[in-house]
Design a protein around this ligand. Structure first.
Ligand code: FPP
Ligand code: MG
Length: 298
């Protein structure tokens, strides 16, 4: 069924009647298509659901094109990012095209569906702004971090599940809550994998979050567990290129203090709540998406 979403996205792009845009679109890596899978599992594989899934994946792809420019990233999903191969101007404009074509297609939906998705995209943009702001210095504030990842990542996943539920005539609130928990857990697992996995496994540089200025949940828990000298040492590594010794120290401390485990348990708790919500609705495969996401290693 995911192929029908790929075909729909391509059809939307072809409607623009511009060969260069089609070519650039084809170079973009597909990723996990988590949001499309969610729509199809909640609302089935009908024509409207496929269109909604395509619109949301286009908006998501646009946000990543812009994010890679903002983060100065050179790789995305194991291949060179568009800003690296074609330059930032092309990446921004391609993002704008995907984003605005997605919104144009969104206007064909019921008002409640369209506004649910549109509101989430505003949240996503505010979340990205907060992410940049929080990166100015080492951030030990867990509430600020949780708010930011809700807006940056979970809001669109929450809206995806809610909009699909609206299409299918299901209880929007339950599905929104499921999506929200899934989204926050997804980002926390991403933060953990940045520390535990290799660059090859991740398809982007490993242990890069702190270098990039991102004080993610495991780092906040680590900071809380360290003594004054340890805290100073950790905070001083923020936003700097890490050497081998520093990487090893962080990894060892993450294990020794249980910070990594604590972050994992936080994600698992959110995931379990999300899975239980779906089990209550008889949605086994939506519950399985959460389990697979928590246990993923890339
Ligand atoms: C990835 O975060 C970034 C996001 C999930 C959201 C980015 C949102 C914007 C740039 C707002 C603009 C939106 C549109 C629709 C044009 P990350 O950098 O933590 O993850 P990464 O490691 O995958 O880069
Ligand atoms: Mg990024």
């Amino acid at each position: 069924m995911l192929e029908s979403v790929e075909a729909q996205m391509r059809a939307f792009i072809e409607e623009l009647e511009n060969e260069e845009i089609v070519k650039l679109f084809e170079t973009l890596p597909h990723g996990k298509r988590l949001r499309a899978k969610l729509v199809l599992k909640v609302a089935g594989g009908g024509e409207e659901a496929v269109r909604l899934a395509a619109v949301i994946e286009m908006i998501h792809a646009a946000s990543l094109l812009h994010d890679d420019v903002i983060d100065d990233a050179t790789t995305r999903r194991g291949v060179a990012s568009l800003n690296a191969t074609e330059g930032s101007k092309q990446a921004i404009m391609m993002g704008d095209i995907l984003y605005s074509k997605g919104f144009e297609e969104l206007t064909a939906f019921d008002r409640a569906v369209a506004s649910t998705v549109a509101r989430a995209v505003t949240q996503l943009s505010i979340g990205e702004l907060m992410d940049v702001r929080l990166g100015d210095r080492f951030n030990p504030d867990i509430d600020a971090y949780m708010r930011m990842i809700y807006q940056k990542t979970a809001a669109l996943i929450e809206a995806t599940a809610a909009a699909a539920a609206l299409l299918a005539g299901k209880d929007e609130k339950i599905y929104a809550r499921y999506g929200r928990n899934l989204g926050v857990a997804f980002q926390i697992i991403d933060d953990i994998l940045d520390i535990t996995q290799t660059s090859e496994q991740l398809g982007k540089p490993a242990m890069h979050d702190l270098e990039e200025g991102k004080t993610t949940l495991p780092y906040i828990y680590l900071y809380e567990a360290l003594d004054e000298a340890g805290r100073e040492k950790l905070a001083a590594l923020h936003g700097r290129k890490l050497g081998e010794e520093e990487r090893n120290w962080i990894k060892a401390m993450m294990e020794e203090t249980g910070a990594l485990r604590k972050a994992y348990l936080h994600a698992r708790e959110l995931g379990e709540e999300a899975a239980a919500l779906m089990e209550g609705e008889g949605e086994e495969s939506l519950a399985e998406i959460v389990t697979a996401m928590i246990e993923r290693d890339f």
